[in-house]
Design a protein around this ligand. Structure first.
Ligand code: ADP
Length: 446
């Protein structure tokens, strides 16, 4: 059975099932036909005996038969016996051996020589002494012959039935497996072409559609994770090139020229800064990729945003003269406090980074009917309208020439990702030269 496909196995099983059902029906037919033929013969016999009994009368001490009385009718012989069981009228069949076991009103089988007979007796009491027995008899139906006939027909019909059953089963199995064929063809095509954008897309709500949905979901996830991996590799190699080039040329310069101790210290500091930048870049890229892929599991808990903001600002040691916090109490969300802190930190850092000299940052925590909100506002350089869309893209910087204090263009991208991962979003309101306000909208804790 191992060599056979599932289709062949199912076809065989269904055909076998049909064969078993046919054999069962055949056996039932045999049983029913034999019992039906015996009982219908018995009923006919009993009817004839009664009918004939009603056609006999006693006139002047003699039996009188009505005109419609018949001693032999449709294979049923009627015999008349005296009360003392002597044959008075009628001709018994040649091979019927007389049975003196008369039973009034019953029909029974009486074995006789080589055949069995069905016998029905009725006693007619004419006066006290002159009663007669009416005996109707017919050959018992030959069950063996009926069975042989049915078996003969069965053996002619059975192979044709089996063939049709096999054909029907094959068609049913083929039709039922069509969606599975589609699934395996699509999966093979995706596998061969190494193109994860293909989808099976079976419609409906049966097992195959659910399997197809599961596969499509898996391809979707795989595609996203491959894309994220590709993006990560290309982003990382692209962005690491600049600090690496700086480090390389600083080393070459230091090798070529005799540097003073002071110059060497500056070179080392610069290399240190570039190395830090590289490590921050790699960390951020990893975080972004994990969030992208959904592999960074959110550890969701109840977070009180006011406390979160206060403890974050305390940890970061921001200048309290330039940072103003106003937090409504009891604004709870369900979220990952580490990621939310990272989001707020990015916004506050930007507020200071893109502020004017000694400009301030205001953080306000509040809520409305169904949202928790954190506003991070600054009175810094502001963002021109044309950049308001672009700044959310990864690695996008309005002014990439800000030198070493410029970021790497991943902060706002990550802000947006974290907000989305929490079912929220961030809005921006900014005026060039006046300042910017980023507002984080999160669903309130249920
Ligand atoms: P990075 O700060 O590392 O450059 P971000 O993704 O955080 O990257 O920001 C993208 C760009 O958006 C920044 O380069 C900057 O030009 C602009 N930007 C972000 N926040 C502010 C802000 N508060 N004020 C003015 N410009 C901002």
């Amino acid at each position: 059975m191992k060599r056979f496909s599932v289709k062949s196995k199912l076809t065989l099983l269904l055909t076998a099932l049909a064969a078993v059902v046919a054999i069962l029906i055949f056996s039932l037919l045999l049983f029913i036909s034999s019992s039906v033929s015996v009982s219908s013969s018995m009923a006919a016999l009993s009817d004839t005996a009664r009918k004939n009994a009603s056609l006999i009368s006693m006139e002047n001490g003699k039996l009188a038969f009505d005109d419609s009385f018949s001693f032999y009718h449709h294979g049923i012989t009627t015999l008349i016996y005296s009360k003392s069981k002597a044959l008075v009228a009628g001709q018994p069949p040649v091979n019927f051996s007389f049975s003196d076991d008369f039973q009034n009103g019953t029909v029974r089988t009486v074995p006789s020589d080589d055949t069995s007979y069905l016998v029905a007796d009725i006693y007619l009491p004419f006066g006290w002494d002159d009663g007669v027995w009416i005996r109707a008899l017919s050959e018992a139906p030959d069950n063996g012959r009926i069975a042989a006939d049915i078996t003969f027909v069965f053996f002619i019909i059975f192979p044709v039935f089996l063939l049709l059953a096999a054909l029907g089963s094959y068609l049913i199995v083929k039709l039922s497996f069509r969606p599975l064929d589609k699934i395996s063809r699509t999966v093979s095509a995706i596998n061969e072409a190494k193109d994860l954008s293909g989808r099976i897309g079976l419609k409906g709500n049966d097992e195959f559609s659910r399997l197809s949905d599961a596969f499509d979901g898996m391809f979707e996830r795989l595609e996203r994770s491959f894309d994220a991996e590709k993006q990560f590799t290309s982003d990382a190699s692209h962005e690491l090139r600049t600090p690496l080039a700086v480090i390389k040329s600083a080393c070459e310069y230091a090798e070529k020229f005799d540097e003073t101790a002071e110059e060497r210290r500056e070179t080392i500091e610069m290399i240190h800064r570039q190395a830090n930048k590289m490590s921050e870049l790699i960390n951020q890229l990893l975080n972004i990729t994990r969030l992208d892929q959904g592999t960074e599991k959110l550890s969701i808990a109840d977070v009180e945003l006011g406390s979160l903001v206060h403890s974050l600002c305390c940890e970061q040691g921001y200048d309290i003269n330039r940072l103003h916090i106003q937090a409504q109490k009891g604004v709870f969300v369900s979220g990952d406090s580490m990621l939310l802190s990272r989001l707020i930190k990015n916004l506050v850092d930007n507020g200071f980074k893109y502020g004017k000299e000694s400009s301030c940052v205001w953080i306000t925590v509040y809520k409305n009917e169904d949202e928790a909100l954190i506003s991070v506002r600054d009175d810094g350089i502001g963002i021109a309208d044309e950049y308001k869309e672009k700044i959310w893209q990864r690695f996008y910087q309005v002014d990439a020439s800000r030198g070493e204090d410029s970021g790497i263009g991943l902060g706002l991208f990550m802000v947006q990702q974290i907000a989305r991962a929490h079912g929220g979003y961030v809005t921006l309101d900014s005026t060039l030269g006046i300042g910017s306000e980023f507002i984080l909208h999160l669903p309130l804790r249920k």
